[in-house]
Design a binder for this molecule. Structure first.
Ligand SMILES: [Zn+2]
Length: 382
């Protein structure tokens, strides 16, 4: 049934996974019984959804809206998304959960937020810890809009990488949560997604002990490979039409996704799909050691910005351009992968610089970009 109000709470369902021990390795015999047990869907008081509803008045009578809210008890670290976890299936036909990875990021994340707000609907965001420390204000906007926020590691390291020790893998997970907590000023949901959906069995088990739910997906939009927005739309709709429902993986980090989202949401509505909101019963319990590390990093960053601000002209509320190699052109080849490049440019972008492909040149006293193979440059917003 479609109702004109758009924002519909058809009740809150509590999905209780208590006692479920999740692992990709064969489970010990003692854990077999609770694993095999079907999830128990228990109606919970509708009042649990009220604050989000109050925050999101819907002005769009044709909005996609929210069909229902599912509340997750993450005890034991349940896994969701049929690409890896097949035990829990709470979605009904034509129901979708929208998920967005790798933010927060300037322009793209705010654009995704606007589209979701226009459609009075919601998603789960899995931010990268480092990005959360670059753009805490953007992540706060995600929270303020009532979306669910989990975590996606500290630096987007692939946790199946054999070069990482077990402690380093745990640090990636825990520091990711602590960074998101630092950015928000409150702990996020105990919802986690592995980078590249690479699930090392021992970390799946670890998340179980931490009572953190693991999110794979039912369908991957592969939006990071899309050459244009239409490809994202076609990919999602085609896979959804085949599966009939599912947890959809997208990236608020990606420009094409942000551009595709308005049309994609219209198409979902036209095809009769409904959005399910997933919430956690309780927030994640971060570990003090990692909270402190994030705090130290943040203080260091503040100190660096302070030094930079000293050279600012007092009448200009913008920082001086960074000195050194980053000031002018920086060879992309210096950064072996996309993540280390993002780490490099992130702090500059957070200070209001635009980063574009090309080599930085000064023409008539104005800093600008000249296209050059394998180069990007930072220049000041004017
Ligand atoms: Zn990712």
């Amino acid at each position: 049934m479609r109702i004109a109000a758009g924002l519909i709470f058809a009740g809150v369902v509590s999905l209780c996974a208590t006692g479920t021990a999740w692992s990709q390795t064969p489970a010990p015999k003692g854990a077999a019984a609770p694993q095999a047990a079907a999830p128990v869907a228990v109606p919970a008081p509708a009042r649990a959804a009220a604050p989000a509803a109050a925050k999101m008045p819907c002005a769009n009578p044709n909005a996609l809206g929210i069909a229902r809210v599912v509340e997750i008890d993450t005890t034991g670290g349940p896994g969701f998304g049929f690409e890896h976890f097949k035990q829990l299936d709470f979605l009904r036909e034509k129901e979708v959960v929208l998920t967005f990875d790798d933010g927060p990021w300037p322009l793209n994340t705010p654009s995704v937020l606007k589209t979701l707000a226009d459609e009075c609907t919601t998603g789960i965001f899995f931010p990268i810890g480092k990005h959360a420390t670059y753009y805490p204000e953007i992540l706060k906007q995600v929270a303020a809009a009532g979306h669910t926020i989990g975590a996606h590691t500290w630096s987007h390291a692939t946790l199946t990488n054999k070069k990482l020790t077990e402690d380093q893998r745990k640090e990636e997970i825990e520091k990711g949560f602590s960074a998101v907590k630092w950015a928000l000023g409150a702990p996020p949901s105990p919802f986690f997604r592995f980078p590249a959906l690479q699930h090392p069995p021992e970390m799946v088990t670890y998340l179980g002990t931490r009572n953190v739910a693991i999110f794979s997906c039912d369908l991957d939009s592969f939006d990071f490979k899309a050459s244009k927005p239409q490809t994202v739309i076609d990919s999602v709709m085609k896979k959804l039409d085949k599966l009939g429902k599912g947890i959809v993986l997208m990236h608020d980090f990606q420009k094409h996704t942000a551009e595709a989202l308005p049309d994609l949401l219209h198409k979902l509505k036209d095809a009769g799909y409904k959005v399910v909101q997933m919430k956690a019963k309780a927030p994640v319990q971060t570990i003090a050691q990692y909270d402190e590390e994030i705090l130290k990093d943040a203080k260091l960053r503040q100190a660096i910005l302070h030094v930079s601000a000293r050279s600012r002209r007092p009448d200009r509320a913008r920082p001086a351009f960074p000195r050194g190699p980053a000031e002018l052109a920086t060879a992309k080849a210096d950064y072996p992968d996309e993540d280390s490049w993002r780490d490099r440019i992130g702090p500059f972008q957070s200070q209001g610089y635009i980063v574009e492909p090309g080599r930085c040149v000064i023409r008539g006293g104005v800093r600008t970009c000249r296209r050059a193979f394998r180069h990007r440059c930072c220049y000041r917003r004017t």
